[in-house]
Design a protein around this ligand. Structure first.
Ligand code: GLA
Length: 385
């Protein structure tokens, strides 16, 4: 996370010349994301409210005349993956290369005539921190090929291809949020995305609020298996109600079936249904610059993810508590992303940034024996916007 996006831009060009003894034809970038509210709702056809951030993946590239793709991954131990578009196979050793392969496999379905490319990749999204380093990688790859071969590919379709790479190639049953915001985010804005029909609305983040992100630096464990389990639990409840997804079940319906449902399933569904309401309410609050309401919604979201969905850790809970103490109703704070470690996000008024920063530095390490990483972010433009 040390390099800025423009430094990354320069770096990949220099590295490209070193690797391929010529200049790159193009440089592309796709951002990571932070989700302000609406977690574990996307795969339930629900609402999410993410923003693209000024950390992402940058790729320098040029076309090739054959079908070979050669990728130099600067941040993955400077490894090089080389494969043919005619024979895309899962790589057990270089796991990072599967994001490239999965994305291209999806792209080839719509554009079977593309040739290969030489690529140099570098990113500054912390990996495994819940800020979507992998989605930004997938979207950066798709944008690179779109630009190299002048493909007629829109951002929503690119996002769906990135999701296919995760679902069908990498093996994570994720929803559409991360790829869609990386492709279609708007500078200075968060986006309310309806994951049922993929329609979205941009919502300005009030000028006075900073996007303050803290990485708990807890190594995320069992993420994929626990994530996929949560998804199955949600699907079970939807099935009980004969609904396509939990989006179509109301809180009243759920409550009336409380006695018939396993307690753990009831809790999972209660989180999803109430979180959808909070995401929509937060959009309205952002538009009305109603910070007190944002504060209430973000606090309730964290509690619900902690107690009903059970995806937080004690370190994330601790960070939220200490930041909430400073913010009160002047800002909001909650865990963000898939959970089981990773980051918390806070919307902090400018005059409290230093105070929040100091509290985190002073209290987090002494309470949890871990150093926090703090990222003061801005909301940026998606790769296809
Ligand atoms: C991960 C997934 C997303 C979403 C979040 C939780 O980031 O990739 O699709 O489900 O978790 O909101």
């Amino acid at each position: 996370m040390t390099q800025s996006v423009s430094q990354q831009h320069d770096l990949v060009q220099i590295l490209f010349e070193q690797q391929f003894q010529r200049s790159a034809e193009i440089v592309c970038h796709a951002p990571g994301r932070v989700n302000l509210i609406g977690d574990h709702t996307d795969y339930n056809d629900g609402f999410v409210l993410p923003a693209a951030i000024n950390y992402g993946t940058t790729i320098a590239a040029s076309k090739r005349k054959d079908n070979i793709v050669k990728v130099y991954a600067h941040d993955c131990e400077k490894q090089i993956s080389e494969f043919s578009l005619n024979e895309i196979e899962f790589d057990e050793q270089m796991m990072w290369s599967n994001y490239v392969k999965g994305s291209l496999q999806a792209l080839l379905k719509n554009f079977p005539d593309i040739n290969g490319a030489n690529l140099v990749v570098s990113g500054n999204v912390p990996q495994g921190a819940g800020l979507s380093s992998s989605a930004s990688f997938e979207i950066a790859i798709l944008k690179t090929f779109t630009q190299l071969y002048q493909l007629d590919l829109d951002g929503v379709t690119a996002a769906l291809m990135g999701q296919q790479a995760e679902n069908n190639f990498v093996g994570c049953n994720c929803g559409i949020m991360d790829q869609l915001i990386s492709a279609m985010g708007q500078q200075g804005h968060a986006m309310l995305l309806d994951c049922k029909d993929l329609s979205f609305e941009d919502a300005p983040i009030p000028d006075d609020l900073s996007l303050f992100i803290v990485n708990s630096n807890v190594k995320r464990g069992l993420v994929d298996s626990e994530y996929n389990l949560r998804r199955e639990q949600c699907e079970k409840v939807a099935k009980y109600f004969d609904a396509t997804a939990l989006r179509d079940v109301t809180l009243a319906q759920l409550n009336s079936a409380k006695e018939q449902l396993e307690p753990v399933l009831f809790k999972r569904a209660r989180h999803v249904i109430s979180e959808n309401e909070r995401a929509v309410a937060t959009l309205k609050a952002l538009k009305a610059n109603d910070i007190a309401l944002i504060s209430v919604a973000m606090r309730a979201s964290h509690i619900s993810l902690r107690d009903d969905f059970e995806v937080t850790t004690k370190e994330m809970d601790g960070l939220v508590e200490m930041i909430d103490e400073v913010l009160g109703d002047k800002g909001g704070v909650r865990m963000t992303g898939g959970g089981f470690g990773g980051c918390v996000v806070a919307l902090v008024p400018s005059n409290l940034v230093t105070q929040v920063n100091d509290v985190v530095i002073k209290q987090y390490e002494s309470q949890f024996d871990l150093k926090p990483s703090i990222y003061l972010c801005t909301a940026t433009q998606g790769a296809f916007r």
